[in-house]
Design a protein around this ligand. Structure first.
Ligand code: XMP
Length: 529
């Protein structure tokens, strides 16, 4: 967390939940800052962080299993309200003297919740309502002082609470959209029970981040590797707002960016934001390095290694730079820590050691986005005045077009791919914009999440005019996805595909055929290399 944590902060204790990140997201969507912490953090350590409330996430374990994730029982004595979901309810019951049983029949999916008597947490929700269940174990006996506030057909203790101690819990998942009144319950918890205010807005966040960066940097100089991607662009805008010309951005153009991208970076950062920008034109250097290289992993390795080499050559030319700002975001931190070790009880660590500092070179890191989810980073970008085309840019791999050219990367192939790709993007940007206008959602059903052209290493026969051609095919890839882990090919209208095809063969020299990739991930990947 850069600078100080907001004074109102909700800690989500992660017991390895499938929905852990979602809880933090939902709380933040209600404009209260929330952070995920390992479930076995000592209560005193958490108290020192100053949370206003604690939420215990769900988790796949059974509370009585030998290696079950546990919670410091002093957590329930901190004097701040605690809310448990699923495993969170079970561990609360188990640690406070109640009992948890292994039920024969698990309960997965929607269930009808029936309220039992008065409840603080469930106030303002109907007597009967749909909730989302995902459990086998369940509380069989509530701890002393607790009352059961709801049940379902198969779950006698679907919710329990002890208002005197400000402890609340549900067996179901309020954070999942399928729980009809889940958001209402979270609102009741945060604003009714905890007495918090919805003050965590993007304007306030920008102000806090700017203050934090100023406090950290003082009069020091900062350098940043600008890629044109969302994260590094938002960090650049933020750090520049904080310390102005103390920031220098280094933009390494390796020649494998998409058409128009280097110009956009120049336009936004040099001309609109007036940021000191070093534009390194490294195309020739990269072209020479990649000559004859065909293996995808080798391309990735060479491009990545060369990037840092070029960057540090420039960085060390500047005098008195102490800090390196970079766009690490919250999922990077969570993925590198908690998730990889199974979710529970792991120390969250960042990617610091991934930057290959050359011998004798060191910069202190500034990572102002390290506690923000991707769409929050986009919202910050909008607040900072970055253009939509940058803020809502689709994912683009670091090695760029090199991994969309099968086989050797040559200047001729790059030129073809850039032109074809620009047409795919233009047409599908317009298609997405039409869907956005209709639905009001950016990633609605059937909108394309990522779309681009691929140049395979083959030629095919065609006929143009009266002439036989032996030229290149281009493959169009367009997928629907939300996180790139899985994806499906986009069911584009034929007229959109037809228009892309006729524009590419009509406008891009040396292309005589267009194919559409209709493979989901898995078994394919989104990229071709
Ligand atoms: P795949 O092809 O594995 O891609 O389905 C999943 C997502 O990751 C992006 N991608 C990369 N991003 N460096 C990156 O920064 C890479 O080497 C790389 N390879 C794939 C890809 O564009 C997709 O969004």
């Amino acid at each position: 967390m850069p600078g100080k944590r907001p004074s109102q902060f909700v800690a989500v204790l992660d017991f390895g939940a499938q929905y852990g990140q979602l809880i933090a997201r939902r709380v933040r969507d209600l404009h209260v800052y929330s952070e995920i912490v390992p479930c076995d953090i000592p209560a005193a350590e958490l108290a020192a962080m100053g949370p206003c409330a604690v939420i215990l996430s769900g988790g796949p374990a059974s509370v009585y299993a030998d290696d079950a994730p546990d919670v410091d029982p002093a957590m329930f004595e901190l004097g701040v309200p605690v809310l448990g979901f699923c495993y969170g309810q079970q561990i609360m019951a188990a640690r406070l003297g109640g009992a948890v049983g292994h039920t024969d029949k698990g309960e997965y999916g929607p269930a009808t919740l029936v309220r039992d008597g008065a409840s603080m947490l469930l106030s303002d929700t109907p007597q009967e309502q749909t909730v989302w269940m995902s459990h086998r174990d369940a509380v069989t006996q509530v701890p002393e002082g607790f009352k059961v506030t709801a049940h379902t057909d198969t779950c006698p203790v679907a919710a329990m609470e002890c208002p005197r101690r400000r402890l609340y819990a549900t067996q179901f998942h309020p954070e999942v959209r399928h729980t009809d009144y889940g958001n209402k319950m979270l609102e009741t918890f945060l604003f009714g029970i905890c007495g918090l205010e919805p003050t965590w807005t993007m304007d306030n966040v920008v102000d806090d981040l700017v203050d934090g960066i100023r406090a950290q940097v003082g009069t020091g100089r900062v350098i940043l590797a600008l890629s044109g991607g969302v994260d590094s662009s938002v960090v650049a805008a933020l750090v520049h707002r904080a310390v102005g010309d103390q920031l220098t951005c280094v933009f390494v153009d390796h020649g494998m960016l998409r058409k128009g991208e280097p110009e956009l970076v120049e336009e936004v950062f040099r001309h609109q934001f007036d940021v000191p920008l070093v534009h390194v034109r490294a195309q020739d250097r990269y072209a020479a390095m990649l000559a004859g290289v065909t293996d995808p992993e080798e391309k990735r390795r060479l491009i990545g290694t060369e990037f840092w080499k070029v960057f540090f050559e420039e960085a060390t030319k500047l005098d008195g730079v102490r800090y390196l700002a970079q766009g690490t975001i919250y999922p990077d931190i969570i993925e590198s820590g908690a998730r990889k070790t199974g979710g529970k009880a792991s120390t969250i660590k960042s990617h610091h050691n991934l930057i290959p500092f050359p011998d004798g070179v060191h910069f202190d890191l500034i990572e102002p986005l390290d506690h923000f989810f991707k769409d929050e980073v986009r919202a910050l970008g909008v607040t900072l005045g970055l253009p939509e085309s940058m803020v809502y840019r689709q994912p683009f791999p670091g090695p760029g077009l090199a991994i969309r050219i099968i086989g050797e990367v040559t200047p001729e192939k790059l030129a073809i791919l850039k032109d074809a790709d620009a047409i795919v993007r233009e047409e599908l940007d317009a298609y997405n914009a039409r869907l956005f206008e209709k639905t009001g959602e950016r990633n609605s059903e059937h909108s394309c999440w990522q779309y681009f052209a691929v140049l395979p290493d083959i030629r095919s026969v065609g006929v143009m005019g009266d002439e036989r051609t032996y030229a290149r095919p281009v493959i169009v890839r367009a997928v629907e996805s939300s996180d790139a882990m899985t994806a499906d090919w986009a069911k584009l209208p034929y007229e959109v595909l037809g228009r892309i095809s006729s524009r590419i063969v009509g406008e891009v020299p040396c292309v005589n055929r267009v194919a559409y990739d209709v493979t989901p991930k898995p078994p394919a990947t989104i990229e071709w290399e």
